[in-house]
Design a protein around this ligand. Structure first.
Ligand code: ATP
Length: 226
């Protein structure tokens, strides 16, 4: 379960917070949408939920636990409970790594002796996101944005996260690929995870999610610099 309680988030040096007193709960098994026009704080919200940005006030709970700190200060066992797909696959991947290595990264860091070898798991994950095996040895600049975004989703699913956070994951995809991704998000929620999907596309959220709210309904209006 993911729970944000009255969080306020302000970037260093900024006069006004981007998010003010925002509360949101995503129960295990639910796929919840957050709608926000561009520039109103979707990415900020997801990064805060992913424990990558600090809150000025309020708390973030993952399965009932409020971790201290952000980023690498968060205990590893808690970080591995979180998966995140960012809006821009190019900005969230290392252009020097093949798709195989991008997808394998969390597995390589996390492999116990009894786990299958990453290469088998990478191929299974690629298959789940309908990425053909011949693309796995290409570099990011040798694949389309949509193919790279599917690799990012495979990476996010690699450790079977209890909380999956997706920031406009289908912004660059065509309708059939969007349907594949939405089906995977639904499937992941049904496996018992809390899935949060942020998008500016209200219609997509309404047809896909169990519930959808707007950032403006969840928080006290913040002063926007859109
Ligand atoms: N590092 C930062 N420092 C200062 N302000 C920032 C920073 N990152 C984002 N902002 C500001 O915070 C506000 C919300 O940004 P955010 O990226 O969360 O919006 P968004 O809803 O995801 O937008 P988009 O859909 O266009 O990606 C914007 O006004 C943006 O300019």
């Amino acid at each position: 379960m993911l729970r944000l309680d009255d969080i306020t988030v302000r970037y260093p040096g900024e006069e006004h917070p981007v998010l003010r007193d925002l509360s949101l709960t995503v129960a295990a098994g639910d796929l919840v949408g957050v709608h926000a026009p561009s520039g109103t704080g979707k990415t900020t919200l997801l990064k805060t939920a992913a424990l990558l940005l600090p809150t000025e006030r309020g708390s973030v709970q993952i399965d009932g636990v409020t971790p201290r700190g952000t980023g690498y200060r968060v205990p590893r066992e808690m970080r591995r409970m979180l998966g995140i797909v960012f809006q821009s696959p190019r900005a969230s991947t290392d252009g020097r790594l093949t798709l195989r290595r991008i997808i394998a990264a969390p597995l390589s860091h996390d492999r116990g002796f009894l786990r299958p070898r990453p290469s088998e798991q990478v191929e299974e994950l690629a298959d789940r996101v309908q990425l053909s095996a011949d693309l796995l040895d290409r570099l990011p600049h040798q694949v389309s944005d949509g193919q790279l975004q599917r690799a990012c989703l495979a990476r996010a699913l690699a450790l079977d996260p209890r909380v999956l956070l997706c920031d406009e994951p289908t912004a660059m995809l065509d309708a059939p690929t969007t349907a594949v991704i939405m089906h995977l998000l639904r499937e992941h929620a049904e496996s018992g995870a809390a899935v949060l999907l942020a998008s500016h596309d209200r219609a997509l959220l309404d047809i896909t999610c169990d519930a959808t709210s707007s950032v403006s309904d969840l928080a006290t209006p913040a002063v926007s610099s859109r």
